[in-house]
Design a protein around this ligand. Structure first.
Ligand SMILES: *[C@@H]1O[C@H](CO)[C@@H](O)[C@H](O)[C@H]1NC(C)=O
Ligand SMILES: *[C@@H]1O[C@H](CO)[C@@H](O)[C@H](O)[C@H]1NC(C)=O
Ligand SMILES: *[C@@H]1O[C@H](CO)[C@@H](O)[C@H](O)[C@H]1NC(C)=O
Ligand SMILES: *[C@@H]1O[C@H](CO)[C@@H](O)[C@H](O)[C@H]1NC(C)=O
Ligand SMILES: *[C@@H]1O[C@H](CO)[C@@H](O)[C@H](O)[C@H]1NC(C)=O
Ligand SMILES: *[C@@H]1O[C@H](CO)[C@@H](O)[C@H](O)[C@H]1NC(C)=O
Ligand SMILES: *[C@@H]1O[C@H](CO)[C@@H](O)[C@H](O)[C@H]1NC(C)=O
Length: 416
């Protein structure tokens, strides 16, 4: 009897532990009281000045010995052997994980799909564009904004050290975006991440080192997500409920691990390819893509739905492109909003101290009947989105030589 109840309470405490992993992070930052000192790195709009090292904020004493090596797979320096990580890792019921093989890299640097079953049993987005999990108990992807004539504004790869002019424009225009932050950038540029929160953007995560997630082991996938959650929590006081896989490379194994961390995958349905501008693609090609997407805002393409357009914060080139086209985007579309807002996700973090407006309230479109605030489970469950609309996004690795060439170039180091 005693043993039985001990076993039961152990099992229960393990479940609580897995779900509440984020409460173990010793964060002192209050997301509603963050401030940014006026130093040249946070005020200048010259990229070189902004990208000079600065002393991190007092609430985030960065100690490299406590973190994975920046820009390397988050297990590379043995950080996953420490007690804190092991506890979080072991709190997961790994026996329930979908039994899906870890993918191999093809010689061109993209994931090897040569042996993959064409029926797509694992909902592998890179292979098929699949967004609705085929295994159980996995959060379905968000990849669209359902409201008509709505541009879902979102940027990958921040916080970039040179983002002041870009964030200034967004703030002036009262534009909010979903910002997919890379853990390595967050620990290197904490005021960059803090600015995202202070300006009211929807902060989500984009892994620690921007690797192809389906090619990583369970422990590597978990570490990539875990340390990025921890970085964002310690720096900003917030624990994201959303993430985006690098290159969109996700299958049900990776989604299941993200779900254990209470993360829902966000993909996209239109892609500017801005990250390649001036590298593997001429800037003009990316500008033409922007012009087409802008035209689609006025020619009836989005009469009944909206979009989620992939853009990047990466560097001065991508942010300059965004600044060039945002005024035209704002003219062409009725609404330009972050993805939490277009999905009515009013609580996009574990912490309930930060609340977002519903789409109707944020855009003033229609008076909302005073509906009760959504519960935590509603706000982290994206299934509602995955059922609407057709899937217009094909996986980026889908058998298309040009695309694969582009991806290989990205992996060769052009894209972080
Ligand atoms: C997982 O799948 C592999 C091959 O598909 C199989 O050999 C292995 O036994 C499976 N493992 C479990 C725990 O079911
Ligand atoms: C999402 O929907 C699918 C299919 O309708 C279901 O199998 C899955 O359990 C749902 N996931 C959640 C988190 O509700
Ligand atoms: C709207 O513009 C886009 C981009 O130029 C084009 O691909 C699409 O066919 C146009 N749609 C209509 C209905 O004219
Ligand atoms: C951030 O932007 C600067 C200049 O715009 C660029 O040199 C740098 O490589 C970017 N940093 C990262 C981590 O991408
Ligand atoms: C890009 O860099 C130039 C100077 O090198 C600067 O004038 C411009 O404001 C920068 N753009 C952004 C978006 O920061
Ligand atoms: C958001 O809320 C509005 C008003 O209640 C509703 O019409 C719309 O369908 C909701 N959108 C989503 C994605 O839930
Ligand atoms: C929207 O605004 C109404 C009226 O001010 C308010 O009662 C409601 O709680 C708001 N809803 C959300 C989700 O913010």
């Amino acid at each position: 009897m005693y043993l039985k109840s001990l076993a039961l309470s152990l099992a229960l405490s393990q479940i609580v532990c897995a779900a509440e992993y984020w409460e173990a992070f010793k964060a002192t930052a209050d997301p509603t009281k963050l401030s940014i000192p006026k130093i040249t790195q946070t005020t200048s709009i010259d990229p070189a000045t902004q990208c000079q090292w600065y002393e991190p904020p007092s609430h985030f004493k960065f100690n490299a010995a406590e973190w994975p090596t920046a820009w390397e797979i988050a297990t590379s320096n043995g950080m996953t052997k420490n007690a804190e990580f092991k506890k979080a890792y072991n709190a997961i019921d790994w026996k329930s994980a979908p039994n899906i093989t870890v993918r191999k890299l093809a010689p061109n640097g993209s994931p090897d799909m040569s042996d993959y079953d064409a029926s797509d049993p694992d909902c592998w987005w890179s292979a098929s564009g699949c967004t609705v999990p085929k295994h159980e108990k996995i959060n379905a992807d968000i990849y669209s904004c359902p409201e008509p004539e709505t541009w879902g504004l979102n940027f990958d790869d921040g916080p970039n050290c040179s983002h002041n002019a870009f964030y200034d424009y967004l703030a002036q225009q009262k534009l909010k975006a979903s910002m997919f932050y890379i853990g390595s950038n967050v620990v290197n540029w904490p005021y960059g991440a803090i600015r995202g929160v202070v300006d009211g953007h929807h902060i989500a995560q984009h892994t620690w080192s921007h690797n192809l997630m389906t090619t990583l082991t369970n422990e590597e996938v978990f570490a990539e997500l875990y340390f990025t959650q921890k970085a964002i929590k310690l720096v900003t006081g917030l624990t994201p409920l959303h993430w985006r896989p690098a290159f969109g490379d996700v299958d049900d194994r990776v989604r299941w691990i993200a779900t254990q961390l209470k993360l829902t995958t966000i993909l996209w349905d239109l892609d500017t390819d801005d990250w390649a501008a001036g590298d593997s693609l001429p800037i003009k090609t990316v500008e033409d893509t922007y012009e087409n997407f802008i035209k689609m805002g006025t020619n009836g393409t989005f009469k009944n739905t909206g979009n989620v357009v992939l853009q990047h914060e990466i560097d001065n080139t991508t942010m300059t492109l965004a600044l060039k086209y945002l005024p035209k985007i704002q003219k062409a579309y009725k609404h330009v909003v972050d993805i939490a807002t277009c999905q009515n996700i009013t609580y996009p973090y574990q912490e309930k101290s930060v609340k977002f407006a519903s789409f109707a309230n944020a855009t003033g479109t229609k008076p909302e009947s005073s509906s009760p605030a959504p519960s935590a489970s509603q706000s982290s469950n994206s299934n509602v989105s995955a059922q609407s609309g057709e899937d217009s996004s094909a996986g980026i690795f889908a058998a298309n030589a040009a695309v694969i060439g582009t991806v290989a170039a990205a992996l060769a180091g052009l894209l972080l």
